[in-house]
Design a protein around this ligand. Structure first.
Ligand code: ZN
Length: 451
């Protein structure tokens, strides 16, 4: 214990002095028990900065939901603790499902909520009136005490059918839980809570799954990403999945954008024109298209607003090259100028990288992107016509990094969680990255798998 205490003092001294340490007792990662694709931009926020502490969640062993916390004043980590048990990941030999990653929101009383474990629900859950089913069970857990990640309880107040769970909390404390209500052939919905997540109102469909009128072998399907906009607004970007009966593959096309006013629950396009919800493919193509990528495949990205309230977004675009899930995809950036979508320029942004957007001004924008060997900033000062690489937050040649979108209310020193894949192990080191690089931890604490 004495050595341990000494180490903590040494660690804090080094850290507070702002020195980098080569001490092998101090590591870049906060835990080594991330599992599979432990985090992604999709399931978000993956954490939140709240009253001096950054709380983070990730997919741990057996695809369960795990939570850790970092106190910025004391430089002390706590956890990770298991917050909830998933129905996914429990069959030995099965491929890691990876769809039930956790998302987090902290309510106005300081309780921490995690939703996780869903990949569309199962037939045994009964009929899914808004789509089809596949696996898992979307589960909601809450911390037993405010700001305490050590003990959790299940709140049985959401449907089992969800996947791609995402939270948006408004300034008045209302919590919106967005998700796809089932497997591929399901509506995207939200449920609203006005009592700190203790109950949720009925699902409201916003994007409609549908068999194509002139091609019954194809089902319209969607991938969406939501976040808070200005004031009472919620914004979203999405792409279209061509869900085929025959030769099903990962074909996804186009990029779309729309906005909800939470005062009257109306949806509008970027021009302010009112939409008919749930939005169908035909309506989306007519009213909400950012770009028609034609024969190119896309992966949905993230969207943020500049100070004028104009959206800036990214997505990835590439050829399918006969591959089931497509080939390498270039990062594409677009912004709404007030009159038009400007962007899509050929740039030197890294291929197949994913990340989030920090906007300085309508034409000065910073992307934090993950990839092979590093997580780095990319800056544009000409509205996306070209980008230059900036600061590298972490670099490890042999590690494949994947990052979350911004943590909610993120501290500059703790903007995203990253998972690092190295070698063939299913277990992953997890990182908390910000402007000072990774938030370090004592190796003895971070090496959770040895416990
Ligand atoms: Zn499909």
């Amino acid at each position: 214990m004495k050595t341990y205490a000494t180490l903590i003092i040494l660690f804090n001294t080094l850290f507070l002095a702002g020195q980098s340490s080569k001490d092998p007792a101090i590591v870049d990662y906060f835990t080594d028990n991330g599992f599979g694709a432990a985090v992604k931009t999709m399931q978000h926020p993956a954490g939140e900065y709240y009253k001096g502490v950054t709380y983070v969640c990730f997919q741990g062993p057996l695809e369960d939901a795990w939570v850790a916390a970092y106190n910025h004043a004391t430089n002390k980590w706590s956890g990770p603790f298991k917050a909830g048990v998933s129905k996914l990941g429990k069959t030995p030999g099965d491929k890691i499902d990876n769809h039930g990653k956790p998302a987090m929101i902290i309510d106005n009383e300081g309780y921490i909520h995690i939703v996780f474990g869903g990949h569309g629900g199962m037939p045994e859950h009964g009929p899914n009136t808004l789509g089809n089913t596949h696996k898992g069970d979307m589960i909601h857990v809450v911390s037993q005490k405010p700001q305490d990640i050590s003990r959790w309880e299940v709140l049985d107040n959401i449907p089992p059918f969800g996947t791609y769970n995402q939270f948006v909390k408004m300034d008045n404390g209302d919590i919106y839980l967005f998700y796809r209500h089932g497997a591929h052939r399901s509506n995207w919905v939200y449920q609203k809570s006005t009592n700190n997540g203790r109950s949720f109102e009925q699902e409201v469909s916003i994007l409609k799954h549908k068999i194509q009128d002139d091609n019954p072998g194809i089902h319209d399907s969607w991938y969406c990403w939501f976040t808070k906009g200005q004031g009472e607004e919620i914004i979203m970007t999405y792409n279209y999945h061509v869900c085929k009966d025959l030769n099903h593959d990962g074909e996804r096309q186009n990029c779309y954008y729309m906005v909800m006013n939470t005062n009257d629950y109306t949806w509008r396009n970027v021009k302010g024109e009112v939409l008919t919800v749930p939005v169908t493919k035909a309506h989306a193509d007519k009213m909400t298209l950012v770009v028609d990528t034609e024969n190119k495949w896309t992966t949905r990205g993230t969207v943020r607003l500049d100070q004028a309230g104009n959206p800036h977004l990214t997505y990835n675009e590439g050829e399918h090259m006969g591959l089931k899930h497509g080939g390498p995809r270039q990062v594409k950036y677009y912004r709404w100028t007030g009159q038009m979508w400007d962007g899509g320029y050929d740039t030197n942004l890294p291929v197949s990288a994913v990340g989030d957007i920090l906007i300085s001004s309508p034409t000065e924008v910073n992307l934090l992107l993950d990839g092979r060997g590093e997580v780095a900033w990319w800056h544009t000062t000409n509205g996306g016509q070209s980008f230059t690489k900036g600061e590298v937050l972490i670099r490890q040649e042999k590690t494949n990094f994947a990052i979350t979108s911004w943590l909610r209310n993120a501290h500059p020193n703790a903007r995203v969680v990253a998972v690092g894949k190295i070698g063939s192990s299913d277990f992953r080191k997890m990182y908390l990255l910000g402007d000072e690089g990774p938030v370090k931890r004592l190796k003895a604490e971070a090496d959770k798998l040895d416990d």
